[in-house]
Design a protein around this ligand. Structure first.
Ligand code: SAM
Ligand code: SF4
Length: 477
């Protein structure tokens, strides 16, 4: 047993990394601006096939500006083809910032004296959720440090609490979690509480770097973290969210490593990750490392990486958080980002003003996009997108492998667009400012008008929209 009750029993005996680090470094040495080859690879992706590592490496290494533009254009086309105009919105909810680890880049690390420690009580959690529901949120990601207090039973209890809170017509319909890796039993416990996605970032797949930035605590064990999704999937969690913290090591290496991780999951469980994230390191209180990340890519390199990941894994959702400024988030949405957070606050207790005393000293790092949910929705609608709070797939069991089956031709038209319309209409009715309401209704009209008259779903959708206007809620396909 682990010395600290509440922490999982770490056992990595017999495990071997499936990330071929030398092979990745070699792939990154191959430079090619061969137009025919690059176009063939883009075409393979546009035929909705996952790319192989060597193909992804070619796209990552291209430096001919015209070919780079073709890669970005390919990503734009693929994004439209598979995801339509829809952008899924969520909010992070920080539950507790205590941590036994010492990740050099993170404001929550154990040795950080500048941080005020806080764990929400169940009553405080309820107050936070009421604030989020009162703004119109339907999907949350709950975030926890790694600490004996945050054991699987505690995480499960907080998730259940969130689902139980109803403010007015509001409800949180999908709770995802970002929490330290658990053992299989622990994952079963949190799954039973009804989590959607289990998200965890490897941070860096490069072992020497991993060792240097994770000097102590359970997180120092690379393999325990690398096999977290295997244990989660063994425990029956279908949707897992992968990620790398960009700035620790070469971003191209991390992008390729995530493809190898994806292939590992596909081979073993028949399905890759539900989402991929690539948070860039942001400044954090008391954390000098975060002010000077050693491998920070330029904005241009970062955007290109996003376009290449879009092409490499056509069916994987991609998340970009409010760590990034508005103009980059907008650009990245065009290249393939399918989910963003909005109206986010990452101080523990911050949504309901319970963070006031410490004013930011409970936050993990500093956000760049501080727009409200209402502003984000209005601006997305104006830019031709369709903001969505849809939780239909998860609630109808269309997850993991089943989700991948559905993610084939016509899926977006059949399910995602109508569900996005219905959830945006709820938002317009219940929460929107007058200006955002007008923009949302215009986007809804545009999207419904685009459904062919002969499509039976159009009539069903119109009827459901009428039901929402007369007060019914939570209708989905
Ligand atoms: N404690 C858990 C863990 O480490 O996996 C989960 C919560 S941790 C707060 C969530 C993520 O925040 C980390 O996986 C890391 O990628 C990211 N993060 C840490 N420090 C950051 C920083 N300075 N800027 C941006 N993201 C950071
Ligand atoms: Fe703790 Fe996670 Fe921050 Fe590391 S990244 S110090 S494990 S909260």
């Amino acid at each position: 047993m682990n010395k600290l009750k509440g922490l999982p029993k770490v056992d990595t005996k017999g495990l071997q990394s499936f990330i071929p680090e030398e092979e990745i470094e070699n792939l990154l040495k191959i430079k090619s601006n061969d137009k025919i080859l690059v176009r063939e690879i883009i075409a393979k992706s546009l035929a909705k096939n996952r790319l192989d590592p060597a193909e992804m490496a070619v796209l990552l290494n291209v430096d001919d500006p015209d070919l780079v533009e073709e890669i970005k254009e390919g990503a734009r086309i693929l994004k439209k083809m598979i995801y339509g105009n829809r952008i899924v919105l969520f909010a992070p909810l920080y539950v507790g910032n205590k941590c036994i680890n010492n990740c050099t880049y993170c404001g929550f690390r154990k040795s950080n004296q500048a941080l005020v420690r806080k764990t929400l009580t169940m009553d405080e959690l309820e107050t936070e959720v009421r604030s989020l529901e009162a703004k119109g949120h339907k999907r949350l990601i709950m975030v926890y440090g790694e600490h004996p207090l945050y054991d699987p039973e505690y995480i499960a209890a907080t998730v259940r609490k969130v689902y139980s809170v109803k403010e007015g017509r509001g409800a949180i319909r999908r709770v995802n979690i970002n929490a330290a890796p658990l053992d299989v039993e622990g994952f079963k416990t949190v799954k039973a509480a009804g989590i959607g996605t289990y998200q965890i970032f490897q941070e860096t797949y490069h072992q020497p770097t991993y060792r240097s930035v994770h000097p102590s605590g359970l997180k120092a064990d690379y393999l325990w973290r690398l096999f977290a999704f295997d244990r989660a999937m063994e425990a029956g969690i279908d949707d897992v969210g992968m990620g790398a913290l960009i700035g620790l090591y070469n971003h191209k290496f991390e992008a390729l490593a995530m493809l190898y991780h994806t292939i590992h999951l596909e081979r073993k469980f028949g399905v890759g990750p539900h989402t991929i994230s690539f948070p860039r390191i942001e400044p954090a209180i008391g954390t000098d490392y975060a002010n000077h990340p050693p491998y920070a890519p330029t904005d241009e390199e970062f955007m290109r990486m996003i376009a290449v990941i879009r092409l490499a894994v056509p069916y994987t959702g991609m998340i970009l958080t409010a760590r990034e400024p508005v103009h980059l988030r907008n650009e990245a949405i065009a290249y393939g980002i399918s989910q963003i957070d909005a109206g986010s606050d990452i101080g523990v207790g911050a949504y309901s003003g319970q963070d006031e005393i410490a004013s930011g000293k409970k936050s993990q790092f500093i956000l760049s996009d501080n727009r409200s949910l209402d502003e984000v929705i209005g601006q997305l609608c104006e830019a031709g997108y369709l903001p969505s709070f849809c939780t239909g797939c998860y609630r109808l069991g269309r997850t993991g492998e089943h989700f991948m089956e559905f993610a084939r031709p016509g899926f977006v038209k059949k399910f995602c667009t109508p569900n996005a319309v219905l959830t945006l209409l709820e938002y317009a009715e219940d929460y929107a400012s007058p200006a955002t309401r007008d923009k949302a209704l215009a986007a809804i009209e545009r999207e419904t008008a685009a459904i062919p008259e002969g499509d039976s779903r159009k009539q069903i959708l119109r009827r459901r929209m009428a039901r929402i206007k007369s007060g019914e809620r939570d209708l989905f396909f």
